[in-house]
Design a protein around this ligand. Structure first.
Ligand SMILES: Cc1cc2nc3c(=O)[nH]c(=O)nc-3n(C[C@H](O)[C@H](O)[C@H](O)COP(=O)(O)OP(=O)(O)OC[C@H]3O[C@@H](n4cnc5c(N)ncnc54)[C@H](O)[C@@H]3O)c2cc1C
Length: 387
């Protein structure tokens, strides 16, 4: 079994790394997801073709294997590139449209995603539909050649900046099972009747609630077939997991900095690196990071076989988010009283550890809570009956 990358993959990694070093410099900075939005930077990535690394060439992508998509994610996230504006369109909307979208939708959206011109937000969660997404109560009712949407979405990341919403709506209120009456829509966020309201978070995140009041959209807003939204939602979520490799890479970078800090910092006259508890914790994290990396590689490998990695994607999500919490926790233990201090203070890493400690809490909830992911593993991975 060969875990190495091919020469071409390694060359691709070097090219991306070089580009990022030139664009971002070598001084370590960090941004919150809310700040990591740069349409200019997105366009530069687009010029290189990197917004469609793993997309088929017939749709304008580079046609590279998923492993290269993963390498791209690893490098951009390791170096903290501002990817907040395009990541959803690139990793989720585009690949799902390629699988299930109409030819008209592919022509309309794919080239603009690849050029870095448009961004999407994800409208799944509602006040009464979080873990139970099938309980979606936002409705789309046909009227002439259009649909009229009414309802509310909740916790919608980047809704204030996005050009389009990729969202679930109820189109058949009488479906025998709740999830069978849901469709996926693409809605222009500038359509009259949409109100976007920011939500305050602990981590300066771009989070919103979105209200739809008699929002008129054309019939071609429906992705694929009517009432098949539930299937598209699961396909889209599993495609998103390919970028978990990037998340692990982001943690590897912080971990490396933490190790350096332990080597160079003295406490009570002794280097932190000689403290047995610090050493144990760091060694455990190094182990976890390796596991997280292999999980992410496995998901990319399965996707490359044109199979949807239902259980494996959930395992990766759980492990990576909990690893992030352990990393943040260890960082706070090592930094002691400097840990919670914010940006611009005397805190090491310009306050990143304190921010990450708060942010890592949300990782076990955002993108589907870990409890629900475990339920999915029991069903899809172990073949256990639904609860
Ligand atoms: C920062 C952030 C960004 C987000 N971005 C988006 C976005 O862009 N688009 C979007 O649509 N959503 C987004 N979400 C919403 C996120 O997906 C939901 O918060 C998540 O799915 C949980 O739903 P909920 O908040 O309604 O909690 P609930 O569903 O009310 O769950 C509350 C708690 O109960 C547990 N629970 C619920 N049901 C079960 C069960 N059957 N068995 C065991 N435990 C259970 C859950 O695990 C959770 O811990 C975001 C959330 C956050 C925090």
């Amino acid at each position: 079994m060969d875990f190495g990358f091919t020469e071409q993959e390694e060359a691709g990694r070097q090219e991306i790394r070089e580009f990022l070093r030139q664009e971002l410099g070598t001084v370590r900075t960090w941004t919150t997801p809310g700040e990591a939005i740069s349409k200019d930077f997105t366009r530069k990535l687009a010029e290189k073709g990197w917004l469609g690394v793993g997309w088929p060439t017939e749709y304008g992508g580079l046609g590279r294997p998923y492993t290269e998509q993963l390498i791209y994610s690893e490098e951009t996230m390791y170096y903290g590139a501002p990817s907040g504006s395009h990541i959803l369109a690139q990793n989720m909307v585009g690949p799902t449209l390629i699988r299930v979208g109409s030819e008209e939708q592919k022509r309309e959206y794919l080239p603009r995603i690849l050029r870095g011109e448009i961004t999407f937000c994800l409208g799944y969660t509602e006040p009464n539909a979080g873990s139970d997404l099938a309980n979606c109560q936002t409705t789309a009712v046909p009227e002439g050649d259009d649909f009229i949407i009414n309802g509310q979405k909740m916790f919608t990341s980047f809704a204030g900046q996005a050009d389009y919403a990729w969202m679930t709506v109820r189109t058949d209120p009488n479906a025998p099972k709740k999830h069978r009456g849901i469709s996926m829509f693409i809605v222009d966020m500038k359509t009259p009747g949409i109100t976007v309201r920011p939500l305050e978070t602990m981590w300066d995140y771009s989070l919103y609630e979105v209200f739809f009041e008699n929002v008129r959209v054309p019939k071609n807003a429906v992705v694929g077939e009517l009432n098949q939204g539930w299937h598209y939602l699961t396909v889209a979520l599993d495609h998103e997991r390919v970028f978990m490799g990037g998340v692990v890479a982001q943690h590897r970078r912080f971990f490396g900095e933490l190790v350096e800090y332990a080597k160079n910092t003295y406490r009570n006259g002794k280097p932190l690196s000689k403290d047995p508890i610090v050493r144990q914790r760091l060694a455990q994290l190094a182990t976890d990071l390796e596991i997280g990396r292999l999980f992410a590689y496995r998901v990319a490998w399965i996707l490359g076989k044109e199979v949807i990695p239902f259980a494996e994607a959930s395992m990766t999500k759980i492990f990576t988010s909990e690893l992030e919490q352990r990393l943040a926790n260890t960082a706070m233990q090592i930094l002691g009283l400097y840990g919670p201090l914010g940006r611009g203070s005397r805190a090491p890493f310009d306050g990143y550890a304190g921010w990450e400690y708060k942010f890592s809490l949300m990782q076990a909830v955002g993108g589907g809570s870990n409890e629900i992911e475990r339920i999915l593993i029991a069903i899809a991975g172990l073949g256990l009956p639904r609860p």
